[in-house]
Design a binder for this molecule. Structure first.
Ligand SMILES: Cc1cc2nc3c(=O)[nH]c(=O)nc-3n(C[C@H](O)[C@H](O)[C@H](O)COP(=O)(O)O)c2cc1C
Ligand SMILES: CCCCCCC(=O)C(=O)O
Length: 391
């Protein structure tokens, strides 16, 4: 079948199509997880271990799937996760994603390692609410300046990533000697010493991002730095990468505005639990004091229902947005968001919920692998090869 006639109908098919379009080095950087990628597969398998318990004979002729997240209204409980270097997927990169997010009334989180500057992204879509993701640099002035610029440009919250003191070991990036393509730069660092050159200098030795990260980011960051960050900003701080009750309790104590339960899309510590398996523990420790969001492995609208049933207020989505971007820019991102929104809308109706508030714990049941008939999900790569074969 001609590629042009193939219209993806789910996020897995978007991934397959993106794989067929992107250069291998770039696809592998976006797709891969750390080490053996056990957690990468488990992030999705975790959702399949949880099954839905629908209630029937509920009038669902009128449904409202909208919600409010840290005071921002959202068309449904989905947030775009930060992902670095989006111009590698499409020339419009982060600007296409921001425009789509604004149009579709969902929050976009911009990575500090974006290929457009945070000001360019803010100006491209002034009506869309945005959060800004932050790493803490060894040079605190770099972090401070980014925070000041994000505030000035109108970003509504800072998402501090706390699961990347060092970058995870992604073996595909090492094999591919991953590097930012020559024609691209890091948009936020054009005039700074933290220049994009650093990602290119060690190219011959392996993954350029590993050395870039190790040179610039501070591995000594602790809870003290959250207190410091609070002194330099009035924006709400969201911690991304909390997966345990112990750290969730500390996060609440530290006065942050929200938590994202995340394992960074399995790109950091392989062998961790799937994030969906961490949500209830974290929600329990937070005791409704601050909102809990989650990411990693969300690929279906019903995954969003499962996350909400376990206590999350919304999910963040990473790779599926990149697949939409790679396939057809802003239109592709629109389509991925719409697919997830429509699946969520249908799923909510079929479990018997008229509004997001009606999704509750009794709507899901955790299954042991042994109860599922198939003990493992179909292999990740086998799923991906299906739509490719149909092209
Ligand atoms: C290509 C790529 C780049 C990413 N870049 C960042 C980043 O710059 N900052 C960050 O905090 N997380 C980053 N992440 C992690 C995502 O924000 C998110 O946690 C993860 O993608 C969620 O998992 P999912 O891709 O399965 O939805 C990145 C993820 C991917 C796939
Ligand atoms: C070149 C800088 C490293 C980008 C790291 C972004 C990230 O978090 C990822 O998972 O990749």
């Amino acid at each position: 079948m001609d590629e042009k006639q193939f219209t993806p109908v789910n996020t897995y098919e978007y991934q397959a199509l993106a794989k067929s379009k992107l250069p291998k080095m770039i696809y592998d950087y976006y797709a891969s997880g750390a080490d053996d990628q056990y957690t990468l597969e488990d992030n999705m398998a975790g959702f399949r271990r949880i099954r839905l318990r629908p209630r029937v004979l509920v009038d669902i002729s009128v449904q409202d799937i909208s919600t409010t997240l840290l005071g921002i209204s959202s068309s449904f409980p989905l947030i775009i996760a930060p992902a670095a270097m989006q111009k590698m997927a499409h020339p419009q990169g982060e600007i296409a994603v921001a425009r789509s997010a604004a149009k579709n009334k969902v929050i976009m989180t911009l990575s500090s390692l974006s290929t457009y500057s945070l000001e360019e992204v803010a100006e491209s879509s002034p009506t869309g609410p945005k959060w800004f993701q932050l790493y803490i640099y060894k040079d605190r002035l770099v972090t401070r300046k980014l925070v000041e610029r994000a505030e000035k440009a109108g970003y509504k919250a800072l998402v501090l990533t706390v699961d990347a003191q060092r970058l995870g070991r992604r073996e595909a990036d090492i094999h591919n000697k991953f590097t930012l393509p020559q024609h691209l730069t890091f948009g936020n660092f054009k005039n700074w010493t933290a220049s994009d050159d650093k990602i290119r200098t060690k190219k011959s030795q392996g993954s350029g991002i590993e050395s870039y990260f190790a040179t610039l980011m501070d591995p000594s960051v602790t809870w003290k730095d959250i207190a410091w960050l609070k002194t330099i900003t009035k924006l709400p701080i969201i911690l991304k990468g909390i997966t345990t009750a112990e750290d969730a309790a500390k996060a609440v104590e530290s006065g942050v505005a929200a938590i994202i339960v995340s394992n960074h899309g399995a790109r950091q510590l392989d062998g961790m639990l799937a994030t969906i398996d961490c949500v209830e523990e974290v929600v329990g420790a937070v005791r409704s004091l601050i909102p809990v969001f989650m990411d990693s492995g969300v690929r279906r609208g019903t995954d969003i229902i499962k996350a909400l049933a376990l206590g999350a207020q919304a999910v963040c989505v990473g790779r599926p947005i990149l697949w939409g971007l790679a396939v057809s820019g802003e239109d592709g991102v629109d389509d991925v968001i719409n697919l997830l929104r429509n699946e969520f809308h249908l799923g909510m109706g079929l479990v018997g919920c008229r509004s997001v508030n009606e999704i509750h714990r009794r709507m899901v049941k955790r299954q042991n692998d042994s109860c599922l008939g198939v003990s493992r999900s179909p292999k990740y790569d086998e799923r991906l090869s299906q739509p490719i074969a149909r092209l």
